[in-house]
Design a protein around this ligand. Structure first.
Ligand SMILES: Cc1cc2nc3c(=O)[nH]c(=O)nc-3n(C[C@H](O)[C@H](O)[C@H](O)COP(=O)(O)OP(=O)(O)OC[C@H]3O[C@@H](n4cnc5c(N)ncnc54)[C@H](O)[C@@H]3O)c2cc1C
Length: 410
């Protein structure tokens, strides 16, 4: 039986480990926290998952919260003009997304892995550990997110665009937010405040039940960038509410009575989006393969990270199984990553586009969503399958051709 080591028990690591286990591999997961520690720990993401990736989880029988998690059939977009009045304000049909707090999801998946007979080694892993253990495994996959172990993987200068964080992030998990009256059903809602940043509303499921997850994406140094040094969760939430009152006043009344779900239901920080080379050389000559955030870390503005992690886990699983008994050498690792990159490059391109000020043709496209439901729906769906943006978002000619095709432009 082939022996595989997965380092890290996050989205990609656990989905891959559980998939390999189901195919009869001898799988070991090394990670730093027990399921109970994950469950009782700090939130780590807003983790909205789109329909295509939810289908991947369901195919592995990992959709364990279907009955409790709020279903999000729509995504909303609001952009105020210089007078503060929204000139883009629509809901697009994105076909059912959802967000299960990673504290809930990863702790449960990790327990499931152990219950099914997986080997679990609990301690913080160093490069030296990986070097040592790699002698005993046919393949080592490093799924350690944005932690220290990424330093094993060199930055890919050609594929990486940014050299510093593009947004400073502040997340709050709260109970008590009312729905937008026009929605009726639940929706994720994105407020884009030009030149300042973004404010997201995302209904989800956390440790204490259904909740609303609010994400502030602040352009560094701008007026939303208010969380540096804030340690008190109540102060964090008070600042978030104040920003909503000032920059998304249409959402303030439905939010002002909300309270944090728990003391650790807040998160703030920043990181630089990056693409890394997928193969790491270990000190004693072995090699390891990076997956998901280790090799492609996107800003959360477009909600692509956990979705890419799910996609990467599915691609790597298929590549491992198809490879049979042949050695997992450098060429195979590079090819496996390229199969994933074929998807991830679209996530990176879309995320890079959204981080920059929108050009005129994109503003035109988004504004057309007010009158033309087809535009709103297509944008919403393409967030799930970002390769479609190639057909109508990036180049003015293609955008205009699409707007003409649906009668939104003469
Ligand atoms: C604020 C924020 C909001 C986000 N919102 C979204 C969203 O809405 N939708 C979306 O798709 N994505 C979102 N993301 C991104 C998403 O959370 C990540 O891309 C995804 O979780 C990455 O999965 P992963 O498997 O690469 O790593 P992770 O899920 O981060 O898992 C890494 C694992 O490795 C372990 N680990 C790390 N270092 C070590 C070590 N040295 N030893 C042992 N174990 C180690 C960690 O404990 C963890 O278990 C968001 C991210 C942030 C920061």
């Amino acid at each position: 039986m082939r022996r595989i080591l997965v380092v890290g028990a996050g989205h990609s690591g656990l989905q891959l480990a559980l998939g390999l286990q189901a195919h009869g591999y001898d799988v070991t997961v090394m990670t730093e926290r027990t399921p109970d520690e994950i469950r009782a720990g700090r939130v780590s993401s807003t983790q909205m998952m789109f329909p295509s990736q939810l289908a991947l989880e369901a195919a592995q029988g990992l959709d364990l919260w279907d009955a409790q998690v709020p279903k999000l059939p729509y995504t909303g977009f609001t952009i105020p003009g210089p007078d503060g009045v929204p000139f883009v304000d629509w809901l697009g049909d994105m076909g059912g997304s959802e967000s299960v707090d990673q504290r809930v999801k990863m702790s449960t998946w990790l327990e499931l892995f152990a219950r099914r007979g997986g080997h679990l080694v609990l301690h913080p892993v160093s490069v030296g550990d990986i070097d040592w253990y790699s002698r005993n495994f046919d393949l080592v996959v490093v799924a350690a997110g944005k932690g220290e172990l990424v330093t094993m993987f060199d930055r890919d200068h050609e594929r990486s665009i940014h050299t510093e964080p593009q947004r400073r992030l502040a997340v709050s998990y709260v109970h008590g937010v009312a729905h937008r009256p026009e929605v009726g059903e639940k929706a994720v809602h994105l407020n884009v405040i030009p030149g300042i940043g973004e404010l997201y509303y995302l209904p989800g499921l956390t440790v204490s039940g259904p909740c609303e997850i609010i994400l502030v994406e602040a352009i560094p140094g701008g007026p939303l960038d208010r969380f540096a040094g804030v340690r008190d969760p109540r102060e964090h939430w008070a600042r978030t509410l104040e920003l909503i009152r000032t920059y998304a006043p249409w959402d303030y009344e439905r939010t002002r009575g909300a309270e944090l779900t728990d003391e650790l239901g807040v998160l703030s920080g920043a990181f630089t989006p990056v693409v890394r080379h997928p193969v790491a050389e270990l000190p004693s000559g072995g090699i390891a393969l990076g997956i998901a955030d280790v090799v492609v870390a996107n800003d959360p503005i477009t909600g692509q990270g956990a979705n890419s992690a799910a996609r990467a886990a599915a691609v790597y699983l298929a590549a491992i199984v198809e490879h049979g008994d042949r050695p997992f050498d450098r060429d195979w690792m590079q090819q496996t990553f390229e199969r994933f990159w074929d998807y991830a490059r679209h996530s990176v391109k879309f995320t890079t586009a959204l981080l920059a000020p929108p050009p005129e043709h994109v503003v035109q496209l988004l504004a057309a969503g007010n009158e033309h439901q087809a535009v709103a729906d297509r944008v919403a769906r393409a967030i799930d399958t970002p390769s479609d943006f190639e057909n109508f978002l990036y180049e003015p000619d293609k955008t205009h051709a699409y707007l003409r095709e649906i009668g939104a432009m003469p």
